[in-house]
Design a protein around this ligand. Sequence first.
Ligand code: AMP
Length: 582
Amino acid sequence: MTSIFGIDLGTTNSCISLLRDGKPEVIPVDGSPIVPSVVSFDGDSVIVGQRARNRALLYPEQTIASIKRRMGDPGPVEIAGKSYSPEQVSAHILTYLKEQAESQLDEEVNNVVITVPAYFSDAQRRATRASGELAGLKVERIINEPSAAALFYNHLQLDEPVGNGEQLAVVYDLGGGTFDVSVLRIGEITEVLASTGNTRLGGDDFDQKILEFCVDHIKTKHHLDPRPHRPAMARLLAAAERAKIGLSTVPYVRIEEALLPVGGDNTIDISLELSRERFEDMIQDYLDATRDEVNKALGEASLSAADIHQVLLVGGCTRIPAVIRLMDEMFGPSRKPPVDPDLCVAKGAAIQGGIITGQSCEHVFIDVTAHSLGTAALAGEFERRLQVVPIIPRNTQVPVRRSELFYTVAPEQDEVNVTVYQGESREPEECELIGKIGLRLAPAPAHCPILIEYAYDLDGIIHVRVEQKGYSKMKEANLDSRRRGQQFGDVLEDEVIDLDLDDLEEDGGEPDDAETSPQLLNYILQKARNALEQLRNDGNTEAGDLLKLITAYEQALGGEDDDAVEEAEERLLDFLDELKAD
Ligand code: AMP
């Protein structure tokens, strides 16, 4: 029986896949499951994929990306003085996928299912089919991307039952260059009730924001504009994308590039830090725009968020924690854990191909965290309350590794107790305390960063690593998520923690004594330090004033006077508020 392959022919990336032994598998090309949808012409030779993408900034006139946006256009595209139809360019991508898959497998690739956006018109679908034929492929079927994603997600055996009867699903697809949202009715057949989006919004815009951040840094620090220097910009853009991807799992990234060519024989080295919080601020307007589109799609389908049974996340950018938070805000528990968001359309196409050839597909078991795992920290913006800050949110696919940065409260603070809580509440008393890990600290000023990393594996073991950054103090422990009250290291006596919790109840939220409390502060100082970094990057003279307020706050935290802490905190927060208002 001839196999039918699935192809996700994406705006930014493409993938080829196959149902093998009942499981959808993506066939790696050049060592990666995803292939950039970029074509570059070098004389008579055609370069496709990552190599073409690398050439895009150096030889833009010879290279074309995002051809999918032109599918169905009657006019040709001009590349390096020659004209090509969009179908021809797309056919180069398909040919590359075909050839590469054939070289990986011991079989020919002739028959395919290709996915297209739900909003694609007839002309665009015909053009997609034509490009398949130009690549020598028999296009068995063109299917909608959200329907392929739904096919994949509903083939997974998640901890909750898939649900019987008709299901209403929202497919939120945030890729590299486009954002699509579709509302589906999934029954015997899958029907697209509404589909909308923005064909010019995606991860590339987020990369651009980080790129601008780097350019501003270079302008301020090195007094030069790197933008005319293409090789430097190409490297910065690649570094920006890596930073964005890194921030999906760690709270801070360092962007470092050595010997960036900035004209003549001149080079510069850059090293700057970007926090997830800052990055999320940069992309907030884009995320708000996606929220509006989701509401529009729901309106067009005459539904509200409460009617939706499943929210399926598709596209590499749905790994960004702020996107997941947005979906949780809008849909709460209907959200399914993101599983292979950048591969799920291709895998769904492979399942469709398998169904056409009469193969049965097995359910694939996916483990997810049933509860959020977090730690208690002083986290209030206006009052310093002990709250549980999630590190691994509920419904995250395991195994998973995530980290967050916290700060000590007092100068010379000699230890921290890291509490590991399981549960959805922000109130420690309402969560289960799995265990505590005590770490003795090296003498350091207040706000010394403490990195807490949780790795959760398939056996339910939480591997916790606590590190005092910059002081080589570190402690690791394995906690069994099914047990309670495990202790590792020099955990301070319970009464210290209990004292804080009792105080919270009695005094309405103020921990008694910041200096002896082994807790961590993760909000105000982090916010203030981010703002300071921004002002410094902008060359803003207010940076000096902010630094004074931060220093005063740190000094107050280290002292005995609660009123002084409150006053310093208020002044700092007022300043930050004003800054935001400007
Ligand atoms: P897609 O079009 O679905 O292949 O998505 C590609 C986009 O997802 C690109 O902008 C990638 O940089 C982005 N992306 C991939 N992985 C991640 C990640 N872990 N966190 C954030 N963005 C990601």
